[in-house]
Design a protein around this ligand. Structure first.
Ligand SMILES: [Ca+2]
Ligand SMILES: [Ca+2]
Length: 254
């Protein structure tokens, strides 16, 4: 009887040890192997995602002549061969050049990536814009140069959230000594900030836009890629956010 008990205890220990070993060492490896994704934006940097860990790669020429899923201005455009020289170029199956009119995003993955084909439209109801401006201590009568929204079920709960982009950057017909840009989400009557940029100098201010709404890790929750344009239009920045614990968190940026 006694030796039976010892065997049971030993087996229990082995099971617990195997479970802990998998949890600490194997799980990450399994995750890395499960979902892999490469995301290429207009910068000369690619983002590679293995499970939940992201890496930046600068060897962009490795992707030359790879066939990838291409999105232009948030809309799925098709599978094209991509090629980088002084900028990114696209080619179809006959190796004919395809124009890129808009913001380019290319994706390669070992799973079926769920991305939203979305369109921005002018904000219909000002209620949450007024609330956001008040939250930021700004005049609710502030003139805007960007005033866009789109509706998406970001958190996969069956109800659409609204994503707002507002900005007073790069004005043509008015002056301002304070530039601001905010991207925020309204969910169940609450505002959640995604991106904000404020500047006293209009030449350093940046204007954001929603570049992609895409589930990069296949967990059913969409991530949001915010890209930013600088006044000079020379540079672009990119930040990927995830909705986690009721807040937007940066995953990776460049
Ligand atoms: Ca929702
Ligand atoms: Ca996700």
């Amino acid at each position: 009887m006694k030796s039976n008990k010892v065997i049971v205890v030993l087996i229990a220990f082995l099971v617990i040890f195997a479970f802990l070993f998998y949890w600490l060492v194997g799980r990450e490896r399994v995750e890395r192997n499960n979902y892999q994704l490469v995301m290429i934006t207009e910068n000369e940097v690619t983002w590679n995602c293995y499970g939940s860990s992201w890496e930046k790669k600068t060897n962009i020429n490795d992707y030359n002549w790879k066939k990838m899923d291409v999105f232009i201005d948030g809309k799925y455009s098709g599978k094209y061969y991509i090629y980088h020289d002084d900028q990114w170029y696209l080619y179809d199956d006959n190796k004919e050049a395809v124009d890129i009119n808009g913001n380019f995003l290319a994706i390669e993955s070992n799973f079926d990536v769920n991305a939203v084909s979305f369109e921005m439209s002018e904000i219909e109801d000002n209620e949450y814009v007024v609330e956001e401006l008040e939250n930021k201590g700004l005049s609710t009568g502030s003139q805007l140069t960007v005033n866009d929204e789109t509706k998406v079920d970001i958190d996969n709960d069956g109800k659409e959230e609204t994503l707002y982009v507002i900005s007073n950057t790069f004005p043509i017909d008015f002056d301002t000594d304070f530039s601001f840009s905010y991207v925020f989400m309204e969910k169940d009557g609450q505002i959640y900030d995604v991106f904000s940029n404020e500047s006293d100098n209009m030449y350093t201010a940046v204007r954001p836009f929603i570049n992609a709404i895409i589930d990069t890790n296949n967990d059913g929750i969409y991530e949001i890629l915010i890209s930013t344009a600088e006044y000079s239009n020379q540079g672009q920045g990119h930040i990927l956010y995830e909705w986690k614990n009721n807040t937007f968190q940066k995953i990776i940026e460049n």
